[in-house]
Ligand binder design. Structure first.
Ligand code: HEC
Ligand code: HEC
Ligand code: HEC
Length: 446
């Protein structure tokens, strides 16, 4: 996660508001209302387990091969590593002595038991919309069902003075959200339920909404067309989920969205980057009613671009590739490296190799996903609904920056696609920031 701008904002807010903090710091700490974890019924605990998957708590709180929810997962930032906390019910090193109220404040307001503010790497701004009864179920699950693990929290790798936590409270005051006080009414239909899951536990907006100057989500209101209109995470572009047919979900049916969230693919697309983990760890475990609710809500989001003409298929590139008259570096690089799987027609193979023609991932203005995918390759998520998962090799050590820019520019302007050219400078930057392998030494070709 890129936190450069967050740091800048934090430092400046620290300077501006410096002294005022001391007076306020104590107000947060005081909360002694107790609620005993015992006595929670089985049903509530099971509900909590389901919600913990919907909230993907494990993605950030369980290390690969580590004990569930013991924390220590590193989230990279330019100022240093932020490590997630131990949220097992261990009394010394975990959250074992948190009351429901203290748990609630950590999850929905980003305030730890000692009153300090959490880094917004914990998606508490989104979780503010989780309804009180769901917070209660989560608490019952963590307190009763998760095994306590004694594992001290790791200090951040952020050097002093940036490691000071108190400026974070100003960030929270500016960009935090007030927790909702009531539950969704029982009469809420699927669209309302979908809105609730997307905004809250699903925290879809943390990746799919662009970030502002202070690294806050540009908007948390779905009345604003920037909501879910696309954001960059770890070198991938978490594309627009709005109604545009060129680069949003306009051409996806509700059934396509459900299939994607459940199995990690549709007949013409496959999940990669951060979305692969979201599906593998979280959405594939959600029930069909909730996935249908999410899909029906996403289909209500209006396009972000005003008059965007829809794409129409065009076979000029296919005919040229097949006739053997292609001569540009982009076309030849495609024939040599991509056509075996994605075919000269760009149609791929249903359910196996994604279709590149008329694909909204390919047609997004921001080409980051495509560059990172070609550099590093990808593996479709493993899901119960689609256990055979195919992969794409990485081309970082086989193709130069120029080859990758050329082949993607070709892909983005063929078969009816209509997206801006990719430059070698964009490839060069992502090769560096994603830690991809060095290019082959081929001076004649950039
Ligand atoms: C995108 C990553 C991410 C997700 C998803 C996430 N967390 Fe966190 N969480 C963090 C990080 C990072 C911290 C530590 C922040 C800090 O130290 O400032 C944290 C801290 C916490 C804390 C505070 C621990 C303490 O010591 O006070 C609690 C409680 C918590 N998370 C619960 C949850 C629950 C419950 C879920 C799922 C509903 C969840 N988190 C999902 C990243 C995440
Ligand atoms: C950790 C970041 C992250 C989170 C959280 C996240 N996404 Fe994604 N999502 C991505 C990335 C990156 C992509 C682009 C890669 C791809 O298409 O698979 C993506 C792609 C998608 C696509 C595919 C669109 C297409 O045209 O191919 C859908 C649908 C989607 N996300 C829905 C969701 C929903 C619904 C949620 C919340 C439940 C969510 N995402 C949460 C990162 C995320
Ligand atoms: C061995 C077969 C194979 C080759 C060769 C291959 N790909 Fe892929 N491609 C895949 C698979 C499988 C996926 C899905 C990957 C995932 O989900 O992580 C994919 C995904 C993609 C996507 C994302 C589409 C979407 O919506 O999910 C793009 C764009 C892409 N490939 C472009 C290329 C380009 C350009 C080349 C050549 C430089 C290439 N591929 C070479 C198999 C291949």
């Amino acid at each position: 996660m890129n936190m450069k701008r967050l740091t800048a904002a934090l430092v400046s807010s620290a300077i501006v508001a410096g002294a005022a903090w001391a007076a306020l710091a104590f107000a947060d700490g005081a909360n002694s209302a107790a609620s005993a974890p015992g006595g929670a019924d089985k049903q509530l605990i099971e509900r909590g387990r389901y919600l913990a998957q919907a909230g993907d708590c494990a993605a950030c709180h369980t290390t690969k091969g580590g004990k569930p929810f013991a924390g220590g997962v590193g989230i990279d930032s330019p100022v240093g590593m932020i490590y997630s906390g131990n949220i097992t019910p261990d009394k010394e090193t975990g959250i074992g002595d948190y009351t429901l109220e203290q748990f609630d404040r950590a999850v929905r307001q980003g305030i730890a038991k000692d009153g300090s503010t959490l880094y917004p790497a914990m998606p508490y701004v989104s979780f503010a919309t989780v309804q009180p009864s769901d917070v209660k179920a989560l608490y019952a699950y963590f307190m009763n069902e998760v095994q306590p693990v004694s594992q001290a929290n790791r200090a951040t790798g952020i050097p002093w003075p940036l490691s000071m936590r108190w400026p974070l409270r100003f960030w929270r005051m500016m960009f935090g959200a007030t927790p909702v006080t009531g539950d969704l009414p029982a009469s809420a239909g699927p669209v309302e339920r979908g809105r609730y899951l997307v905004a809250g536990l699903g925290h879809c907006s943390e990746c799919h909404t662009p970030r502002g100057m202070g690294l806050q989500m540009e908007t948390i209101s779905d009345a604003n067309p920037l909501y879910l209109s696309g954001g960059v995470v770890d070198g991938y572009f978490a594309k627009s989920l709005r109604g545009d047919s060129k680069d949003g979900l306009g051409t996806w049916s509700q059934a396509d969205i459900v299939a994607f969230l459940k199995s990690g693919r549709t007949s013409h697309a496959a999940a990669f980057g951060g979305m692969k983990d979201v599906i593998q760890d979280s959405t594939q475990h959600m029930d069909d009613a909730d996935l249908t609710a999410i899909a029906s809500y996403l289909k209500t989001l209006t396009p972000v671009h005003k008059a965007q003409a829809p794409l129409t298929a065009d076979d000029t590139a296919t005919l040229k590739l097949r006739a053997g008259t292609a001569t540009s570096n982009g076309e030849l690089t495609y024939l040599d490296n991509c056509a075996a799987c994605h075919r000269t027609s760009g149609a791929g193979y249903g359910g196996t190799f994604p279709m590149l023609g008329l694909n909204p991932v390919v047609n997004s203005d921001n080409p980051s996903s495509l560059i990172t995918l070609v550099l590093k390759g990808g593996q479709m998520p493993w899901t119960q609904a689609a256990p055979t998962h195919y992969g794409m090799p990485g081309f970082a050590d086989r193709l130069t920056d120029r080859d990758i820019a050329d082949v993607l520019t070709f892909v983005r302007s063929s078969w009816g696609n209509r997206a801006p050219a990719v430059t070698d400078a964009q490839v060069k930057t992502l090769r560096k920031t994603t830690g991809a392998k060095a290019p082959p030494n081929r001076p004649e070709n950039g």
